[in-house]
Write a protein that binds this ligand. Structure first.
Ligand code: GLC
Ligand code: CA
Length: 540
């Protein structure tokens, strides 16, 4: 049971991310909800996770699946009520599990009452809550583009101005330069703290200090000043876990965000590793080899050791499924899912597991009409408009689309995988008849039990939390191997991230040790089997 009053408890914790819409439906409307999550707490406790990060469950018209918030202090009726949230917080805590809420502070929904008021007149006090520029219809303030396609500016005739939106037009950016906006947000955060949540995930938080006139989005010059104030006015000193999403973070920035003095966040999500296989435009694939990934991980491991904190993840609701992306979702699905799990969970930082990752859930190749994400749908039309042939465009969408992560959780082999008794809001992956929690729990060799074991090991051996990092065989194109040393222990992780046998010589010091964990039975001498992963531990 995690003791949430222990300082830096989150360094030992493993956090499980839930996409509420797709986790468990309780009332047959085809949409996952809070009572559904409540009904699965036993499963999560069995897995051993310490906290649940819930993607936004606040009142929202769902233009971007809840990342367009219309009321930060109301639970969307589709997910339940405030009472349901209170019950979930209480029942989770009784099992030693904390709840993390997802705060979208960069923008609101266009249905938020602030924005509705802002659009009425330039004199409304809420007008300046958003970012406006004068303009004529058809003459945009500048040529900035929005993340989900189209211009970053939308005209409102009633006020004769354009508002700025880094994402969809239904997601107007808040003006953080207005102190009243910041105070409104802080008050709201304190409300949730009083409700007993254990922390927050901060959506695109490095973009709040944008300065569109200078075309600055991430890392605006006033960013750190705003974030330190945010911390002081809310969770500073409260022992919560906070994780900022920061696509624009480099190591230097990450050190500031996750500084041990606790003046900003506990840690950030950075994405350097997660963009290696495309050109920067995620619909344009790029070749990459394992040494690049290892170099990047090693640099972050060393760069934050003792002066910051890493978050560790392969997956989230915006990324394709890791076993399809960098594993083998065919014949080696189980072994490659385990290998990727071991490779990540042996590192220093706080690991995140995205729902279904612990089952080795895979990508889907749905036709356009079954996609639900505005990003992939818009991107498809843009690729076609640019002249990309239909089949190629669809292949590029399938490879990276966020829909991959958002198909309903696969609980059983039965109808709709036990996710809903009604019609699911999004189609299920047809492989749910084979890949599901019920089957995984019944099979001692399933991916689930590898995750369970990894979570338990992190709690048992302090080297997982404290140890430093040394990369072994950096040039090897198949094997990811590293040492962790600290707290009087040394951990060795050796993972074959390929479908072919790989040579690997166990370092002298570990000969004769029994492995802590081995995914394919007793390790062989001098060689790792395809997708085999082994952890060894020794005392120093
Ligand atoms: C973040 C979220 C993503 C959302 C975007 C805009 O990147 O993870 O799902 O679409 O912010 O809020
Ligand atoms: Ca429901």
């Amino acid at each position: 049971m995690m003791n949430f009053s222990k300082k830096d408890w989150w360094k030992q914790a493993v956090i499980y991310q839930i996409y509420p819409k797709s986790f468990q439906d309780s009332n047959g409307d085809g949409i996952g909800d809070l009572p559904g999550i409540l009904s699965r707490l036993d499963y999560l406790q069995k897995l051993g996770v310490d906290a649940l990060w819930l993607c936004p469950v606040f009142a929202s018209p769902q233009a971007d699946n809840g990342y367009d918030v219309a009321d930060y202090q109301a639970i969307d009726p589709m997910f339940g009520s405030l009472d349901d949230m209170r019950t979930l917080i209480r029942e989770a805590k009784a099992r030693g599990i904390g709840i993390l809420l997802d705060l979208v502070l960069n923008h609101t929904s266009d249905q938020h009452r602030w924005f509705q008021a802002a659009c009425q007149s330039r004199d409304n006090p809420c007008h300046d809550y958003y970012v406006w520029r004068d303009g004529e219809p058809g003459v945009l303030p500048n040529d900035m583009r929005a993340a989900f396609g189209g211009p970053a500016w939308t005209y409102v005739p009633a006020v004769g101005q354009y508002y700025f939106h880094q994402f969809a037009p239904q997601q107007p950016d808040l003006n953080w330069f207005n102190p009243a906006v910041r105070q409104e947000l802080y008050r709201m955060i304190r409300f949730w703290m009083e409700e007993g949540v254990e922390g927050f995930r901060l959506d695109v938080i490095d973009q709040v200090a944008k300065e569109p006139d200078r075309k600055i989005t991430a890392n605006g010059p006033h960013l750190m000043e705003f974030l330190r104030e945010l911390n002081r006015e809310t969770w500073g000193g409260a022992n919560l876990v906070t994780v900022g999403e920061a696509w624009g973070a480099n190591l230097d920035r990450a050190r500031q965000y996750s500084a041990p003095d606790g003046t900003v966040f506990s840690m950030v999500f950075q994405f350097e590793q997660m963009v290696l296989d495309h050109t920067g435009n995620k619909w344009e694939p790029k070749d990459f080899a394992l040494p690049q990934l290892k170099e990047s991980i090693a640099r972050w491991q060393k760069g934050l050791h003792g002066c910051g904190w890493n978050s560790l993840f392969w997956n989230n609701h915006d990324l394709p499924r890791i076993v399809s992306r960098w594993g083998d979702d065919g014949a080696h699905r189980v072994d490659s899912a385990k290998a990727l799990a071991v490779a990540l969970h042996g590192l220093q930082g706080t690991p995140y597991i995205y729902q279904g990752e612990e089952l080795g859930m895979t990508n889907v190749d749905f036709p356009l009409e079954d996609l639900r994400d505005l990003e992939s749908i818009n991107a498809y039309h843009e690729l076609i408009a640019k002249g990309e042939p239909e089949e190629l465009a669809m292949a590029h969408i399938h490879r990276m689309m966020r829909d991959n992560a958002r198909t309903p959780m696969q609980w059983t082999a039965g109808p709709n995988a036990g996710f809903t008794t009604g019609t699911p809001w999004m189609k299920l992956n047809p492989n749910h008849t084979q890949i599901n929690a019920e089957a995984a729990l019944a099979d001692p060799d399933s991916v689930f039990y590898t995750y369970q074991k990894l979570i338990a090991l992190r709690k048992e051996h302090p080297v997982f939390v404290e140890g430093d990092f040394t990369l072994l065989c950096p040039e090897d194109k198949q094997v990811f191997a590293y040492l962790r040393r600290g707290a009087g222990q040394e951990l060795l992780a050796a993972v074959n991230l390929s479908g072919q046998e790989a040579a690997f010589d166990l370092p002298e010091a570990f000969r004769g040790c029994t492995p802590l964990l081995a995914t394919q039975g007793a390790p062989r001498d001098g060689v790792l089997r395809p997708w085999e992963a082994v952890l060894w531990l020794r005392s120093l």
